[in-house]
Design a protein around this ligand. Structure first.
Ligand code: UDP
Length: 491
């Protein structure tokens, strides 16, 4: 007679079915309870009011993670048409109006239900620093007009202000290291080199700088549980546009009617106005007495001589510290990798020189060749580039190389540590992201507590434990097994 399988008795089957249902219920509850909620986003808007132009950036991050693990990303940028807001000193209302196209675009891009909670900041840099230093009431009027224009939008406007050079340097450094994930992971940080139109910033962490020598250059942070002593300095007037003015001022000190400028291409000839050239606090005190109205600016295209002229705008005669970059400003020993952005990138990218594995000697040679290219030939090669920009790349490239190697002291050994970057993971390198992260408290001082297990690990453990419990439960019913599996009596 066929023996009946002892496990096929009704009681065992019922116990097993109930156990399986219990496990499925337990795992379902665990999965549902811990399922990530549908993603909601928050937004922030920052306007970078630079000396040459204004740009608007929209940032986005997951709503439930805004104070610790969430990644903030730039989702949109808009270049405001026209010059920087400092150029509207004589017509301040136009400064406000100029922002409206980009602001309308931001209104479309940020979901309507989030408008009122979206912070909007405007930060102005060296252009407004200069205007404020020479005419503070004009600078106030520009801010008033800009604030009135921005308040008309449905965002949470948090004010317009001038960033100090130190803030500009430090927030640029935070942006670069945040986007590189170096802060959260406590990795070696990257220095930040920022070149604007009116100022330039250098910021890095160096083992030989604890802030005691030249404390004015120190910014200390505690981020994600790590302490940083950042060295930072902003050189007002040493952005590439003001540096060009200073270089031209050097060459027009005696008020000549013509100058032969090695930083411009052979064949380049332009008539320039003395009053316009000297209309900036960076050069106004050097204006020659009784010059003619104009001078003829003639290019000779000689990189070596251009470098000599550029070097003259850096004063390295006095230094009361252990070492200085220039103008008596302390600078510790360069250390670590560097990201060079803003005009550093625009210029080196145009010149095809962003690859820092090209030896410095070869970079100089290429630049020499570029500067010597006749102006007419260059115009034919780049018909779409604005002539003003095209004419200045020889100067700008020479300025960048001189600043990096002769002033900051990058050598053949550590020049390859520099990376010319425009953006990191889709977000532009610059001070705006760091500024917003700081004002919205999105970088905690201490490392956030992370859950001990990831979601998948948690569900697996719950499942394994539930199965073990079922097996134990079935085993605990052993006394009943003989009853259940009683062999049929053969009489
Ligand atoms: O596509 C671009 C955008 C900007 N620039 C230059 O980069 C500098 C950026 O200056 P910005 O106004 O941003 O800086 P600030 O002086 O306020 O720091 C200026 O010299 C611009 O002419 C450039 O060469 N290409």
């Amino acid at each position: 007679m066929k023996e009946k399988n002892p496990w096929h008795t009704p009681v065992t089957i019922i116990i097993t079915v109930i156990g399986v249902i219990a496990i499925v219920a337990l795992v379902t509850v665990a999965v549902l309870q811990n399922r990530p909620l549908p993603q909601k986003y928050k937004y922030g808007i920052v306007l970078d009011a630079g000396s040459s132009h204004t740009a608007l950036y929209i940032y986005e991050w997951p709503a439930e993670k805004d104070n610790n693990t969430g990644r903030v990303e730039q989702t949109y940028s808009c270049k405001v048409k026209g010059p920087g807001i400092s150029s509207y000193a004589s017509a301040p209302l136009k400064a406000g109006e100029s922002l409206s196209v980009c602001m309308q675009e931001a209104k479309q891009r940020v979901p309507g239900r989030r408008h009122s909670q979206t912070p909007l900041y405007l930060g102005a840099t060296a252009g407004m620093r200069l205007l404020n230093s020479e005419n503070s009431s004009a600078s106030d009027k520009v801010f008033q007009a800009v604030e009135e224009a921005l308040q008309k939008f449905p965002f949470s406007f948090q004010g317009a202000r001038i960033l100090s050079g130190q803030e500009e340097g430090a927030f640029g450094w935070i942006t670069v290291n945040y986007l590189d994930d170096r802060l959260k992971q406590g990795l070696e940080t990257k220095g930040a080199l920022d070149l604007g139109g009116a100022s330039t910033q250098i910021s890095f962490v160096s083992d030989n700088y604890d802030g005691s020598e030249s404390p004015d250059n120190a910014v200390t942070f505690r981020l994600y549980g790590n302490d940083y002593n950042l060295y930072t300095h902003s050189f007002l007037c040493y952005g590439k546009d003001q540096a060009l003015r200073m270089t031209l001022a050097q060459q027009t000190q005696s008020g000549p009617g013509t100058i032969n400028d090695p930083c411009f291409h052979p064949g380049y000839t332009e008539s320039r106005n003395y009053s316009v050239l000297y209309d900036s606090p960076c050069v106004s005190d050097r204006k020659p007495q009784g010059p003619p109205a104009n001078f003829t600016h003639i290019g000779t295209g000689d990189f070596q001589q251009c470098q000599e002229v550029v070097k003259r705008i850096f004063n390295s005669t006095h230094c009361k510290y252990s070492q200085c970059s220039f103008n008596g400003v302390f600078q510790p020993l360069l250390q670590g990798p560097f990201g060079a952005f803003s005009a550093y990138y625009f210029v080196m990218n145009f010149l095809n020189l962003t690859d820092t594995s090209i030896p410095l000697e070869a970079v100089r040679e290429k630049l020499g060749h570029y500067c010597a290219t006749p102006w007419n030939q260059l115009k034919q090669q780049h018909p779409k580039v604005k002539l003003k920009y095209l004419s200045e790349y020889c100067f700008s490239g020479t300025y960048i190389l001189t600043l990096l190697t002769e002033v900051y002291n990058f050598t053949s050994e550590n020049y390859p540590n520099i990376k010319f970057i425009r953006e990191i993971k889709g977000s532009d390198a610059g001070w705006t992201l760091g500024y917003m992260l700081n004002l919205t408290n999105m970088i905690p001082a201490e490392a956030p507590d992370s859950p001990p297990l990831p979601h998948a690990g948690y569900v697996s453990i719950v499942t394994v434990i539930a199965i073990l419990l079922l097996v134990l439960f079935i085993l605990s019913l052993r006394p009943l097994w003989p009853l259940c599996s009683k062999r049929p009596q053969i009489v």
